[in-house]
Design a protein around this ligand. Structure first.
Ligand code: ZN
Length: 211
């Protein structure tokens, strides 16, 4: 174990675990998370921290680019997590949490240079084909509005795309119609800590105001 890992673990044992023994004991009985979060693997996005959560609150699926694959692609970690969260854990909310400076969204536009020829990114490239519609719509939008931030538009389109893809899951639609489930799309700004939420009526992302 690296020293940085050991130091972190020691601190956890001595402080957080010690101070929350009852919580950890209760958690041995089972989990009852109220929300599922589907977010990017990016290390800068820390959903539990952003929402000041505790263990047991959030069922989290992470992948490159917070992508929800279509329902008909059966073999997949993200699909399994959604199925488990909705049908078994019966979460009240699914949150698609995208973010600024997303490397996955940036990669959609990247063309391999000669120096990069030896770097294998076969799975990344294949996985990101799911996000092509987000890129294509951003290109169209920016052709007519060159002043717009294409990276941010792609990230936000990609969140909306994941929401649309959730609607290809029959049990998600059923839970929505029964009003036992809500779906939210959030965009997190790494530099400012702001969260923007997709507004279904106005079809734009709006900053979540606090204070
Ligand atoms: Zn990302």
């Amino acid at each position: 174990m690296k020293k940085r890992h050991l130091d972190g673990y020691k601190k956890f044992r001595k402080e957080y675990f010690k101070d929350n023994k009852k919580l950890f004991n209760d958690l041995t009985l089972g989990q009852n998370p109220h929300s599922m979060i589907i977010t990017c693997s990016d290390s800068r996005v820390a959903p539990v921290k952003i929402l000041s959560g505790v263990p047991g609150e959030f069922f989290i699926a992470r992948n490159i680019g917070n992508i929800v694959p279509p329902y008909d692609r059966t073999k997949g970690a993200t699909q399994s997590a959604i199925e488990y969260a909705v049908n078994l854990l019966k979460v009240e909310s699914i949150i698609i949490l995208g973010h600024s400076e997303c490397g996955a969204c940036k990669h959609l536009y990247h063309k391999k240079t000669e120096d990069e020829e030896h770097i294998e990114l076969t799975h990344v490239d294949e996985w990101l084909t799911f996000a092509y519609p987000a890129k294509h719509n951003a290109i169209l939008e920016c052709i007519h509005n060159p002043e717009k931030n294409r990276a941010e538009i792609t990230e936000k389109n990609n969140i909306q795309l994941s929401i649309q893809r959730l609607m290809t899951y029959p049990y998600v639609v059923e839970a929505l119609e029964n009003r036992t489930l809500e779906i939210h799309g959030w965009w997190y700004n790494i530099g400012t800590g702001d969260l923007e939420s997709y507004d279904y009526s106005d079809r734009i992302f709006k900053k979540i105001l606090v204070e």
